[in-house]
Write a protein that binds this ligand. Structure first.
Ligand SMILES: Cc1cc2nc3c(=O)[nH]c(=O)nc-3n(C[C@H](O)[C@H](O)[C@H](O)COP(=O)(O)OP(=O)(O)OC[C@H]3O[C@@H](n4cnc5c(N)ncnc54)[C@H](O)[C@@H]3O)c2cc1C
Length: 407
């Protein structure tokens, strides 16, 4: 890396000052405690970053990216986490934006990319179906060409997508659909469509997760008309595009910054919570688990950086990116499990006030909940999904074994 320590320090200070001066205090506090932000709060912070030109650092500069080298992006991420700034990006900036910048037609790029930057368009991902998850190529949502009275052609889409995160906040969805059921292989009959969520025939069914949050939806598409120019890439070539999108996804699913934030939370619990009169940070079981996680996280961070540098140098990243997702998602689960173990019964979703009349209520550790305790259980359940979304751990193991290790 051809950069001096002084350059790193100057840039670090610039980002730190920006976060300190522009992140509203209520948002910082929510983010520090791991409480979900409202859509409006997320937008407020994203608008601050956008106005500074830092909303999508990894995008091509032509579309509002920064052109930063990998080290600047790493420092930037670090400082956002250290300043308790919310994670930004999501499907819009991490997936469909870079995808359209690479595979979209000039018209699609001109239309969609500025609207993502202006925060007008929010996207969701319509890949999974009730009977197609890991085996995504078996998807059945069908798109058939139809000619309108004025002679123009469009697709008519019928089917259903499931586990569609954030569809209730999104105004566009990118979908994989079957355009040729007779193709030689299931992969060869799939196309990639961009669909306006306001199109007649689209309905949503909310799905409440085990964590109690409304994250998922089932999306029903009934005779939904989609103009042909909303297809990305050639007809029946959608699988190749979707696969490259998974590459973007897996690089980001290492979740280094998010892991760092959560581990910092565990550290602060260790510094403040006692077990039998001894601070957790001095308890061997806690020290051992915390240190192991820290070492694994820093190893992952170094590996992600080297992958990013390779990608920057023009190298196409192959199936080995699966290891980043695999390790990042496992770490995050273990960190949240340690949080719950460290805070103990306080993390149970009980009515603490109801205990006041019981004799054991004298144990103030139970009645007075640690600020991190209220969200600890739901966040732990939430992270169960991280080893499933974007390709489950079992699938990652299989791919790594076959395609990387040649087993
Ligand atoms: C938090 C979260 C967010 C998501 N967001 C979205 C979204 O926005 N859009 C979207 O399209 N989808 C989304 N998904 C869906 C996700 O992509 C699928 O859940 C995932 O691909 C697994 O598919 P499935 O749920 O159908 O499980 P299945 O494929 O039915 O798998 C069930 C189990 O069998 C195992 N298994 C399956 N096949 C094999 C195999 N060949 N070898 C070994 N083990 C195997 C799996 O690992 C898993 O443990 C999300 C999921 C989660 C958890």
């Amino acid at each position: 890396m051809n950069v001096t320590q002084e350059e790193i320090a100057v840039f670090r200070n610039e980002v730190r000052a920006f976060v300190r001066d522009h992140l509203p205090e209520p948002i910082r506090e929510k983010s520090r405690l791991g409480v979900a932000l409202t859509g409006e709060e997320s937008k407020t912070w994203m608008a601050q970053l956008r106005d500074r030109g830092w909303l999508a650092p990894h995008w091509p500069q032509r579309w509002g990216g920064t052109g930063w080298p990998a080290w600047k992006r790493a420092v930037f991420q670090d400082e956002l986490v250290l300043g308790h700034a919310p994670e930004v990006g999501g499907l819009t900036f991490e997936m469909i934006g870079p995808l359209l910048a690479r595979f979209g037609t000039p018209e699609q790029q001109e239309h969609f990319l500025p609207r993502m930057m202006s925060l007008e368009h929010v996207w969701c991902q319509g890949y999974s179906e009730p009977e197609s998850g890991s085996d995504l190529a078996s998807l059945k949502t069908r798109a058939v060409r139809e000619r309108a009275a004025d002679g123009t052609e469009h697709y008519v889409v019928n089917g259903s997508k499931i586990w569609t995160s954030g569809a209730h906040h999104a105004n566009w969805i990118f979908c994989l659909v079957r355009t040729n059921p007779e193709a030689r292989t299931p992969q060869e009959g799939i196309s990639f469509l961009l669909i306006d969520m306001a199109t007649p025939g689209i309905t949503l069914r909310p799905i409440i997760g085990i964590h109690g949050w409304h994250l998922f939806n089932q999306v029903f598409l009934d005779d939904v008309k989609v103009p042909l120019d909303m297809r990305v890439g050639e007809e029946n070539q959608g699988w190749t595009i979707a696969k490259s999108l998974l590459e973007f996804e897996r690089l980001n699913l290492a979740r280094v910054a998010e892991n760092r934030r959560r581990l910092a939370k565990v550290r602060s619990i260790g510094d403040t919570v006692q077990e039998a009169g001894v601070l957790l940070r001095d308890r061997p079981w806690f020290k051992r688990r915390h240190t192991k996680l820290e070492v694994r996280l820093e190893t992952l961070a170094a590996t992600v950086l080297s992958f990013r540098q390779r990608a920057e140098a023009g190298e196409r990243l192959g199936p080995e990116t699966g290891m980043l997702k695999l390790v990042g998602s496992q770490l995050i689960q273990e960190i949240e499990t340690l949080t719950v173990d460290a805070l103990g019964p306080q993390t149970l979703p009980f009515d603490a006030q109801g205990l006041v009349d019981l004799p054991q209520a004298n144990d103030t550790q139970i009645v007075e909940r640690h600020p991190y305790a209220t969200t600890a259980s739901s966040r732990r359940f939430m992270t169960r999904g991280f080893t499933i979304a974007g390709g489950s751990s079992e699938i990652q193991h299989e791919l790594l074994a076959k395609q990387v290790l040649g087993l």
